[in-house]
Design a protein around this ligand. Structure first.
Ligand SMILES: Nc1ncnc2c1ncn2[C@@H]1O[C@H](COP(=O)(O)OP(=O)(O)OP(=O)(O)O)[C@@H](O)[C@H]1O
Ligand SMILES: [Mg+2]
Length: 259
């Protein structure tokens, strides 16, 4: 082909196709979707981190209860709390989880008491495979669109060194995204008084977004804070918001905190 002027022909290189539009999953948390550009990106994993008692469990349950209300079933992996206590606590909060379970809009999985013992000397891949197998079965049974692991740290597997734990969390998150396809929340406790974003320092790298919940003391009053630390591919600036926890409503994000 004859070329004119400064025309250049590059063989074998085509324009990339336009990117597919992002499909968003609204969290349903009052006041939050508006500030994160509409919701979470479908199929990705978000980290909700915070010190103890900052509202991580209520936040993630709020996400599932809202999902159920719009016909998006959810699976919750309950790691730290007794099942009966959890159901009872949620009911006193105004959330009848058993009613949702009966309608297959929610499934709560707990780990069998001998899980830790059985998995003690197994390689990470085996533990992750077993967890993902069970989560996937349950997700398929109810047609889950949402999934929560609260908390993601494998406390029940005894003391492990941080390298092992980081590798376990990395494997688990990657497998869930690849094999289950739900939009996920993992929670992680931040040790009280630390400046870290997560307990093991790997959760934030794997997550498409990071929300840090906190409690601050301002002029002698305690306030709850929600910090949008990262939201990949969303037009969101880091900012800190006030929020409340209200029976029956869950997390209610109030307004930006000016600093
Ligand atoms: N009905 C309610 N109204 C207002 N606040 C409530 C209500 N129920 C619980 N809370 C607040 O929520 C806090 C617990 O929230 P949540 O269990 O979600 O925290 P968490 O971050 O998951 O804690 P942990 O790290 O211990 O699991 C309580 O400490 C309490 O202050
Ligand atoms: Mg909790």
């Amino acid at each position: 082909m004859a070329l004119r002027g400064n025309e250049v022909e590059v063989e074998g290189i085509k324009e990339p196709p336009p990117p597919p539009p992002l499909i968003l999953t609204p969290t349903g948390i009052e006041g939050l979707d508006g500030i994160i550009g509409g919701g979470f990106i479908k199929g990705r994993t978000y980290l909700v981190a915070g010190e103890t008692g900052t509202g991580k469990t209520i936040f993630s349950l709020n996400y599932l209860v809202y999902g159920a209300s719009i016909g998006e079933p959810g699976v919750y992996l309950l790691v730290d709390e007794d099942y009966e206590d959890f159901i009872g606590g949620a009911l006193s909060f105004g959330w009848d989880l058993e009613a949702l379970i009966k309608k297959n809009l929610l499934s709560i999985l707990t780990l069998l008491p001998d899980f830790a013992e059985k998995m003690k000397d197994k390689p990470i891949e085996t533990i992750v495979k077993s967890l993902v197998f069970n989560l996937k079965n349950e997700a398929m049974r109810i047609g889950a669109k949402r999934l929560v692991i609260d908390p993601v740290a494998p406390l029940i597997m005894g003391e492990r060194d941080p390298t092992w734990t980081r590798s376990y969390i990395r494997n688990l998150v990657i497998s869930i995204e690849k094999e289950i396809g739900t939009t996920n929340i993992i929670t992680s406790e931040i040790p009280t008084g630390s400046n870290a974003l997560s307990r093991f320092g790997v959760e934030e790298f794997l997550a498409a977004g990071v929300i840090v919940l906190g409690i601050e003391r301002i002029k002698g009053e305690f306030i709850r804070t929600l910090f949008i630390r990262k939201m990949r591919w969303r037009p969101v600036k880091p900012a800190m918001y006030l929020f409340k926890i209200e029976t029956g409503r869950g997390i209610v994000v109030d307004g930006k905190i000016k600093v």
